[in-house]
Each structure stands twice: as C-alpha cells, then as structure tokens.
Ligand binder design. Structure first.
Ligand code: GDP
Ligand code: GDP
Length: 435
C-alpha cells in the first residue's frame, strides 16, 4: 500500500528511459487492463513480489531553459512531500552540474529515502566514474544504465528493501475505503466537509491506518465506510506550475489506499486531460470509480443537459464507459446521499464473484454465437472461463491460441460480461490463457 517511487533529476539524465525500463510490462506481473493506453509518466513495477508505483516527474515538464529548471525544482519539492522513495538521477557522461548540486541540497534536507542513481554507466570506465557523485552527500551512488539495464537489479533490490522496512499497517477490517480525488478546486474539501458535517454520522478519525493518512470511519444511511483522507488530498496552497503533475501526484496515494474513488470534476470546466490522467491511475490500480460532476448549481440546464454532459464524458473515457456519473452540488449538499449509495454499489460490484458454472453457461452461448475470428486459418477455441480470485474482477479464458485473440474480441467479451452482470464503475481484466 502506498509504495510510491518518484524519479527526479534535471532534464536528459534518463528519467523517462529508466521509467520505461521499470514499468515495461514484459517483466511485470501486472497486466494492462484492456484498452488502457499506456501512461507515459505513471506506471507500476513489481520486483521480488512487491508492487509499487513509479512516477516520472520530468514527463510533466514543458518549456525550455529557465522554465525547465524552475519546474524541476518545484517538482522535487512536491516529490519530497508525496513520494515514499526518491530516485535522484544524475548523468555520469555529463558529470556534475550546478543544478544537480542544488537539487541534492534540497533532497538532503528532506527526511525521505533518497537513492542516488548514476545513469548512463554503460561501460566499465563510466561505471568507475560514478564515484565523483559521492560529493553530493547522498550516500552510495547506484551506477546504472537505463538503456541496457545494467545495475537496475541492485537498485530495485534497494528500493523494495525501503518498503519492507517501512512496513504497512492498513486497516483490514473489511470496511469499504472511499477516496475523493480530483484536481485542485473542484470541490473535494467541500464534499468531504459536507459528508463529515452530516448530522448523526459517527465520526472517528483513525490515525495511521496508512502512513501519512487519516481514514475517517463514517456511519450514515446504514453504511459504514472509511473516508480516505491523505495528507495531500485536501492540502491547500498555491498551485503553481503544472497542474496535471500536481493533481496526479497528490492523488496517487489516496487512490492506492481506496477501494472506490469518487473522481470529482468541475461542471463548468468539463472533463479535461488532467481528469483523464487521474482516471487512468484509478483504472491502472483496478479501483472502483464514480464520476461526480460538481458545481452543477452553476450550470444553465434544460432537460437534456445532464444526459449530453454524461455522454460527452463517457466518450472520452471509452472503452471504459460503464461508469456511474452523478451531478452534484457539494456546497448545497445536493445528491450527497446518492453519492454514498452509488459508491457502496460500486464497492459491491467490485467484490462480485460469479460462480464458474453460471459463468460458463452464459459465456459459452455468447462465444458460440460470435466466436473469435480465426488467425491465419487456425480456429481459435475458447473452452472454459473462470473468474480469478483477485481483489478486483478479472477473468481467465482458456483457449488453444491465447496470443491470437484480438483486443477487439477481448473487449467484446468484457461488454458481454458487463451486459449480464453488474460491474458498473469497476475495471475488468480479461486474460487469455493456454489450457
Ligand atoms: P529525461 O529527460 O531525464 O527523461 O531523459 P531521457 O530518458 O529522455 O534521456 C535523455 C537521453 O539520454 C536520451 O537520448 C536517452 O536515449 C539517453 N539515455 C538515457 N539513459 C541512457 C543510458 O543509460 N545510457 C546512455 N548512453 N544514454 C542514455
Ligand atoms: P478542492 O481544492 O477540490 O478541495 O476544492 P474546494 O472544496 O476547496 O472548493 C473550491 C471552491 O469551489 C470553493 O470556493 C468552494 O466554495 C467552491 N465549490 C465547491 N463545491 C461547490 C459547488 O457545488 N458549487 C459551487 N458553486 N461552488 C462550489
């Protein structure tokens, strides 16, 4: 829970190259949800059985010259606040720069675990040159080559050691954990306060259920759940620089520690790319999702407005369109009850387990009616399907040529599952396996 690694460093040291290497799916156990476009800046890595998030801070920077340097400084500060482990990259081919020294100073002052990664150590000579970076005062350098992968194993060993030492003490009492996420100013705090301010709700802050976060036990309308309130999510303060980076970094921890995420968007501004970035993190973590269109009081409405609005959002989230959308006014407490009801429904959808016999009976009919397209004259036969015992719904279809089943066909199967069973608000994973 909440194992987050941030890659920081000046431009061109190799952050995005290392990011790609760490999050490549070929050695990751985490499979991509079908249809999810690969995020270039946020991904998952599994090493020695331990899963963690990796964020490439540099990926969010646009501009040149001084702008880049200023942004880099700001992002290092945010990474210090939000990440659990920081990989500080420097470039052995270029040597030490003034900006490296400045960033190192910021990192030394923080109490976060920082690993000094000396990149581009592609050969022996450069490997030994890594020693000059000792003077940054960040301890033993880890020479790596992001391009050819050398040294990354030792680095990852140390990264996961940091997590094991930090431990995790999550409340495992089986109550739903709900997080309110979204970019700054959409109304998250207003909603949380509306919820917490409700009369007759029993409010118990449970400190330290997750590092750096407080989960509030909430009891209302016969439901009991935790409201995930991470340090980052309600934090105010000037947002300067890249809003997308800011919102993403501030949301990751909350998303990871929740079962269901209430992704709030601003009705006046509409569904923007920053909202999509957060939605992608929710999908990538296979968390439940409810979309809240807030500030609905500010919108001029006729009888079609909400339906059109909903359709325009779901066009953007496609192929994942089976998402509840609720139009609310957090400030007027409009439809707050419905928000909770829907979150609870999504929670139980995410827990849904379909018995194997029932699943096969239904899906075999579907497959018979519309079998997978053959590949180069080979007939593809799906013999059997079973739901895997994972936290979030995932299904394994056993067949003779799993590698030749198209993405489009997997999506077709997913849609048929959604049409038959209620998985609203829940990402589904479809795997093809060799029998
Ligand atoms: P970023 O700006 O920090 O994200 O850096 P990039 O990942 O975009 O890399 C900048 C340049 O350095 C690219 O041309 C990469 O191919 C190159 N590069 C990255 N890692 C290595 C490495 O390990 N060895 C060498 N020789 N080049 C690298
Ligand atoms: P956060 O940054 O996402 O936590 O956003 P806040 O809860 O601080 O809200 C940002 C601003 O939007 C504040 O001025 C709120 O009063 C306002 N706001 C929040 N919810 C609503 C709403 O439903 N309607 C309107 N008109 N304003 C809202």
């Amino acid at each position: 829970m909440g194992n987050m690694v941030a890659l920081v460093g000046r431009p061109n040291v190799g952050k995005s190259t290392l990011f790609n290497r760490l999050t490549e799916s070929r050695n990751a156990i985490v499979h991509e949800t079908s249809g999810v476009t690969r995020d270039r800046h946020y991904g998952k890595c599994v090493w020695n059985g331990i899963e963690f998030s990796v964020i490439d801070t540099g990926g969010y920077i646009e501009g040149s010259g001084n702008i880049i340097e200023n942004e880099t400084r700001k992002q290092v500060l945010l990474a210090i606040e939000e990440a659990d482990v920081i990989l500080f990259l420097v470039d052995v081919a270029e040597g030490l720069s003034a900006l490296d020294e400045e960033l190192a100073l910021m990192l030394r002052r923080s109490d976060k675990r920082v690993l000094l990664v000396v990149n581009k150590a592609d050969n022996n000579v450069r490997y030994w040159d890594a020693g000059v970076f000792y003077q940054l005062g960040l301890g033993e350098p880890y020479p790596v080559s992001a391009v050819n992968g050398s040294g990354t194993g030792e680095l990852l060993d140390e990264v996961v050691r940091c997590f094991v030492n930090a431990g995790s003490a999550d409340a495992e009492d089986g109550l739903p954990r709900i997080a309110v996420v979204g970019r700054p100013n959409v109304g998250k705090s207003t909603l949380i306060n509306s919820l917490l301010g409700e009369e007759r709700s029993i409010v118990t802050p449970v400190a330290g259920t997750t590092r750096d976060s407080v989960h509030t036990l909430y009891k209302k309308y016969n439901h009991r759940f935790y409201l995930v309130d991470t340090a980052g999510i309600r934090k105010k303060g000037k947002v300067t620089g890249n809003i997308e980076f800011y919102s993403v970094l501030r949301s990751i921890r909350a998303i990871e520690s929740a079962d269901v995420c209430l992704l709030m968007i601003d009705a006046v501004q509409g569904f923007e790319s920053q909202d999509m970035s957060i939605l992608n993190i929710i999908r990538k973590n296979n968390k439940g999702l409810v979309l809240l269109v807030n500030k609905w009081d500010l919108v001029q409405k006729d009888s079609h407005t909400s339906r059109n609005f909903e359709q325009s959002i779901l066009e953007k989230t496609a192929p994942f369109r089976d998402i509840p959308v609720i139009f609310i006014s957090a400030i007027n407490r409009q439809r707050i009850h419905k928000v909770i009801e829907t979150a609870m429904e999504v929670y139980s959808n995410r827990m849904r387990k379909i018995p194997t016999s029932e699943l096969n009976e239904h899906m075999q009919k579907v497959i018979e009616e519309y079998p997978p397209p053959s590949h180069r004259g080979k007939y593809i036969k799906i013999k059997y399907v079973t739901q895997l015992p994972t936290h979030a719904p995932s299904f394994a279809f056993f067949c003779n040529f799993p590698e030749h089943v198209t993405e489009a066909y997997k999506r077709f199967l997913e849609n048929k599952l959604r049409a038959q069973y209620n998985f609203k608000g829940v990402p589904i994973q479809i795997f093809m396996r060799k029998k």
